[in-house]
Design a protein around this ligand. Structure first.
Ligand code: BGP
Length: 486
């Protein structure tokens, strides 16, 4: 029984981005449209209270497709990482990154999803990025699908509810895992795979009005993603036994609003629905509670012979997850003025502050999540998203004094260290948005996460120049001292 003193010697410190929020060049060098390219064109979500999650219908897709010809995508050119990656990676190296999380933009490789051959220009771009990272001994941590499935697979096949998409994903995964087998060791199959149930278009490319039972279609899409993830995991191990392949969950821990047994049970239920994804990808089978839920909601999963064996025999090497906030469960939401039950319109936790977008700030929750998940699964854990979205101000002298972000990161990393001292095997930490990028939920620049500022506003005006925030030097010191000096 070893008693560690702090962060392990080879702790993977770094930062994370997603292709669709950073690269830009949404139609350059043969790239096809992704679902993420379309999201900004759907009805604006009120993200302060999030009264309404995004509902995507065939009609809204037609409008979005028509709109796209009218103007540059709100994701515009992201922060033009596509052309500026060398400059950005040099800054990550200056920070001392050991690892850098990014996604491969699936339609940059297979523009229509069902193309017979991959797009060489797309493959070459990521060769260049991985070569640049390795120049500085920075390990790439690659997400195969970060909400970027080819839009053509939605229009032609109906997205992940169609079993055929499993084969297109597996062909894509095999292509890139083979291509980069000597440059990339760490792979994640799907970003926040639980998004498929929360926002089925973003997570699964499925459209509401095409199904009588949309909930059933969402679980069918998720099943196909579990199968595809298992197939990619199996293939990856055959391509290179050195690969370390992980799942990725948006871990949203739920607390009971009161100590009433009903609220405590409701929190358990809400946590079960979040952890069912890691149950399948780590334990290799669906949790038993789902059978009753499926029966009560008319959900009949269509499985192919061998699916259960695939899930059982190809579980992941580690769990990666995003952590931003904790939520509150209660059997009486109306008592707290909460109507329309969805994920974020949760009960306010009286013990926690909220950021401008309504996300509750709960560093201790991260320690709890780490300990609870390690108890449940006993495999290494990797925090691949954690950070504070905020409106940063550039002072007259050019400084950006984001002390609030230093405070947020310090508090959360302090809790990570506590969890490690409590015996949890934590592989690494890639703060979300190492550099300012387009926000996923708002499609704007003003919700900034980075320790590197990018000069661009919500209308796409600006030089795109990069500037070190106050948090840059702080995070550089944390990495240099392996978390000793925070
Ligand atoms: C997660 C996504 C990331 C990132 C993050 C922050 O769900 O995996 O892509 O965007 O949320 O969210 P936002 O950018 O909306 O503040």
């Amino acid at each position: 029984m070893s008693t560690v003193k702090g962060f392990p010697e080879h702790f993977l410190w770094g930062g994370a981005i997603a292709a669709n929020q950073a690269e830009g060049a949404f139609d350059a060098d043969g790239k096809g449209l992704s679902t993420a390219d379309m999201v900004p064109y759907f009805e604006k979500k009120d993200y302060v209270n999030l009264k309404e999650l995004m509902h995507v219908t065939s009609e809204s897709i037609e409008k979005a497709m028509a709109h796209k010809s009218a103007a540059g995508y709100p994701k515009r050119y992201g922060i033009d990482f596509y052309h500026r990656y060398k400059e950005d990676i040099a800054l990550f190296a200056e920070l001392g990154f050991k690892v850098f999380r990014l996604s491969i933009n699936w339609p940059r490789i297979f523009p229509n999803g069902d193309d017979a051959q991959p797009n060489e220009a797309g493959l070459q771009f990521y060769d260049n990025v991985f070569d640049e990272l390795r120049k500085y001994n920075i390990e790439p941590l690659v997400t195969l699908s970060h909400y970027e499935m080819p839009m053509a697979l939605v229009l032609k096949y109906g997205g992940w509810a169609n079993r055929k998409v499993v084969d297109f994903y597996v062909k894509y995964a095999e292509t890139v895992m083979n291509r980069y087998k000597d440059k990339v060791k760490y792979w994640l199959t799907f970003n926040e795979i639980n998004t498929t149930l929360i926002e089925p278009f973003t997570g699964g490319g499925i459209v509401e009005d095409r199904y009588d039972n949309f909930l059933e279609a969402s679980y069918q899409a998720l099943h196909h993603q579990f199968v595809a993830s298992s197939m990619a995991t199996k293939l990856g191990r055959e391509i290179n036994p050195e690969f370390r392949i992980g799942c990725m969950l948006a871990r949203m821990i739920h607390y009971p609003a009161t100590s009433s047994p009903d609220d405590v049970h409701q929190a358990l239920v809400d946590n079960q629905f979040n952890l069912l994804h890691t149950d399948v990808q780590v334990r290799g089978e669906y949790p038993p509670f789902l059978a009753r839920y499926f029966e009560e909601n008319g959900i009949h999963l269509i499985k192919e012979p061998g699916d259960d064996q695939l899930l059982r025999e190809n579980t992941v090497d580690f769990i990666s997850f995003s952590y931003y906030t904790s939520l509150v469960s209660t059997v009486t939401p109306e008592k707290y003025g909460v109507t329309g039950g969805n994920l974020y319109s949760t009960v306010k936790n009286p013990h926690l502050e909220r950021n401008e977008w309504g996300w509750q700030l709960d560093p201790v929750g991260l320690r709890t999540v780490l300990k609870e998940m390690y108890d449940r699964y006993r495999i290494p854990l990797f925090i691949v998203e954690n950070g504070l979205g905020a409106r940063d101000t550039v002072e007259a002298d050019g400084s950006i004094n984001d002390d609030y972000r230093i405070d947020y990161l310090r508090q959360h990393l302090t809790q990570v260290k506590e969890a490690i001292l409590d015996g949890v095997d934590v592989m690494g930490y890639t703060m979300w948005g190492a550099i300012d990028i387009i926000s996923a939920s708002t499609s704007e620049m003003s919700k900034r996460y980075g320790v590197i500022y990018v000069d661009q506003d919500d209308q796409g005006n600006g030089t795109l120049n990069r500037y070190r925030k106050k948090s840059f030097a702080w995070y550089q010191k944390v990495i240099r001292t392996n978390g000793e000096d925070m």
